[in-house]
Design a protein around this ligand. Structure first.
Ligand SMILES: NC(=O)c1ccc[n+]([C@@H]2O[C@H](COP(=O)([O-])OP(=O)(O)OC[C@H]3O[C@@H](n4cnc5c(N)ncnc54)[C@H](OP(=O)(O)O)[C@@H]3O)[C@@H](O)[C@H]2O)c1
Length: 338
């Protein structure tokens, strides 16, 4: 009897202590070996701890990008810090839970979003850390799921068009893959900057190109873009191969081709009297803040075509790998706060 009372008392005294103690493990998608979508495992992992320039984010939604599957398959093995037991995912939206000692800009409870660099990742999880260079306040006009769709793709569009190709108001740009993740942002931010936009996509996505603001929508399955978009100042190529090869001739002298997927051929650039460069997106919270302004001013909308549960990350990556995603794909990790 005495033992029973002691057990009950111990339980009663200890229960509130346990109830208050923070969780030390979280649920995440983990990759232990490079391979196909089947190597994505849903597991318990230690909760991350923010360094002095980082925030700990309670993730509500994580964005999915084509690169996620490439990292999983080992294509970026050389650049990956944690080749194994790595957590994929480079886009998150959520709530700040804790801030590092030197990051005074944020406080617990703030709604934020971030593009976390490819070397770190960690987005497919209940909690993730992001540095001050990666994180920015979440657009007020978006849900967390919409916000998670933005950072990597929109920053890519921004850096390709403005930082690399120096697109300016009054110029003309041809955006290949206009209905995809990067293209859907590229059309809108180019229009917001005052450019004239030609954009390509397949037949079912012609309506989307128009809805996003493209001045001229080109159906690459029925039309040759070089017959329609001639003498443009800038081409943004997200397709490569034949599409890039046929793009040199549509750029006016002195114009620019920026490619997200290949290095433009120097001989072709010279032959046409144009310039060109590949680009690789870097996290940039200042640019993300500029994108936020466009979103909250309703100049940029976010197209989320599919939302998956975190446990269905493999299905989400299979869709992202098709190369035919309309807008963006998102993982729902938790319910949004009321
Ligand atoms: N360098 C970087 O830093 C960087 C950053 C982000 C992305 N990327 C790369 O850029 C590419 C695009 O990324 P994303 O996230 O936008 O991909 P996505 O969401 O899969 O979009 C691809 C789009 O391309 C369209 N498309 C497919 N074939 C086409 C063709 N022959 N001509 C014109 N459009 C075509 C598709 O539209 P339809 O369904 O209508 O065909 C789809 O909407 C990926 O390869 C990605 O890895 C690179």
């Amino acid at each position: 009897m005495k033992t029973k009372i002691a057990v009950v008392l111990t339980t009663l005294i200890a229960a509130p202590l346990f109830a208050q103690s923070p969780r030390s493990t979280i649920k995440a998608i983990v990759v232990h070996e490079f391979g196909g979508p089947e190597v994505l495992k849903y597991e318990d992992v230690p909760k991350p701890e923010p360094k002095e320039n980082e925030v700990l984010i309670r993730v509500i939604a994580a964005g999915v990008n084509p690169v996620d599957g490439m990292v999983r398959a080992g294509m970026f093995a050389k650049h990956s810090k944690n080749a194994f037991s790595m957590i994929p995912g480079y886009d998150v939206a959520g709530i700040v839970e804790k801030t590092g000692a030197k990051l005074e800009k944020y406080k617990p409870g703030d709604a934020v979003y971030a593009y976390i660099g490819l070397k770190e990742g960690g987005g497919y999880a209940e909690y993730a850390v992001a540095t001050d260079k990666e994180v920015s306040p979440k657009p007020k006009s978006l849900t967390f799921e919409e916000a998670a769709a933005v950072p990597l793709a929109a920053e890519t569009a921004w850096q390709a068009l403005f930082d690399t190709a120096k697109l300016s108001a009054g110029q003309t740009v041809l955006i290949h893959g206009g209905s995809g993740g990067v293209g859907s942002f590229a059309i809108q931010i180019a229009k917001a900057r005052g450019a004239k936009v030609f954009a390509t996509a397949s037949t079912p996505n012609q309506d989307l190109l128009k809805q996003l603001g493209a001045d001229v929508a080109i159906d690459y399955t029925k039309q040759k873009f070089e017959d329609i978009g001639k003498d443009v100042d800038v081409v943004m190529d997200s397709i490569g191969k034949d599409t890039l090869a046929r793009s040199y001739g549509v750029v006016k002298k002195g114009g620019f081709i920026v490619s997200l997927v290949a290095r433009p051929n120097p001989a072709e650039l010279e032959k046409h009297g144009i310039r060109g460069a590949p680009m690789s997106v870097d996290p940039n919270s200042a640019e993300l803040a500029e994108i936020t302004k466009l979103i909250d001013a309703r100049k940029v909308k976010v197209i989320v075509s599919q939302t998956f549960a975190l446990t269905d990350a493999a299905k989400a990556q299979e869709q992202a790998a098709t190369g035919h995603t309309r807008g963006k794909i998102v993982l729902k990790v938790a319910d949004a706060p009321k």
